[in-house]
Write a protein that binds this ligand. Sequence first.
Ligand SMILES: Nc1ncnc2c1ncn2[C@@H]1O[C@H](COP(=O)(O)OP(=O)(O)O)[C@@H](O)[C@H]1O
Ligand SMILES: Nc1ccn([C@@H]2O[C@H](COP(=O)(O)OP(=O)(O)O)[C@@H](O)[C@H]2O)c(=O)n1
Ligand SMILES: [Mg+2]
Length: 220
Amino acid sequence: MGTVVDAPVVVAEEVTENMLGGKKVTVVFVLGGPGSGKGTQCANIVEHFGFTHLSAGDLLRAEIKSGSENGTMIENMIKEGKIVPSEVTIKLLQDAMIKSENDKFLIDGFPRNEENRAAFENVTISFSLFQTKISPAFVLFFDCSEEEMERRLLGRNQGRVDDNIETIKKRFKTFVESSLPVIEHYSSKDKVKKIDAAKPILEVFEDVKAIFAPYVPKAE
Ligand SMILES: Nc1ncnc2c1ncn2[C@@H]1O[C@H](COP(=O)(O)OP(=O)(O)O)[C@@H](O)[C@H]1O
Ligand SMILES: Nc1ccn([C@@H]2O[C@H](COP(=O)(O)OP(=O)(O)O)[C@@H](O)[C@H]2O)c(=O)n1
Ligand SMILES: [Mg+2]
């Protein structure tokens, strides 16, 4: 038998540089159960790596406060630990991205179910200048036990209507039933970077930093 020379294998890379209203954007989805530390770590990432933090939950709470016609519906869904219809949340995220001067976004707490995920891809196509889908560069997944998350949520003290034990149980159920499948979807595409979020804040951030190292802002 002659020598076998392996042909080079070309693997098509998924597009992770997206065009939004004519500008290139990098999107990282930040997922994890309620109380896993998404917001806390996003604040650190903003400070060190120059991303803009868009929390779906914060945008929805601001929408309630603004007196929007959807306010009562959103508030009821949040109190029940349910996921607000995608069109509402996506509009808020889309507006915030278009308004921003930045080109690097942390999208925190979204997509939280399959409907969120599919709708985000579709809606983006229709307004993106180059008809490109926004697909995340990667998904950061904060992994934490329910016991620890419950302890954190009950101690959060931000006056949230959903940080009570009854709603917390409902949010955990929604997370397992609706949000974990989204993480599994991205995991099957090798896009998930899982972090042990049960550790103290600074230790979690050490692991986060290693992941964001390629995104370090250029020196001025
Ligand atoms: N690694 C951690 N260890 C202990 N407490 C934490 C940790 N990360 C966050 N917290 C606290 O837990 C609560 C929930 O954190 P938060 O960032 O709001 O989580 P999420 O956005 O995932 O719900 C906050 O009071 C926060 O200060
Ligand atoms: N994509 C999303 C994100 C949040 N939400 C709602 O907003 C609530 C609070 O979300 P959040 O991300 O601020 O909560 P935490 O995980 O940070 O505790 C969720 O429990 C949902 O009711 C939603 O409907 N859809
Ligand atoms: Mg949060």
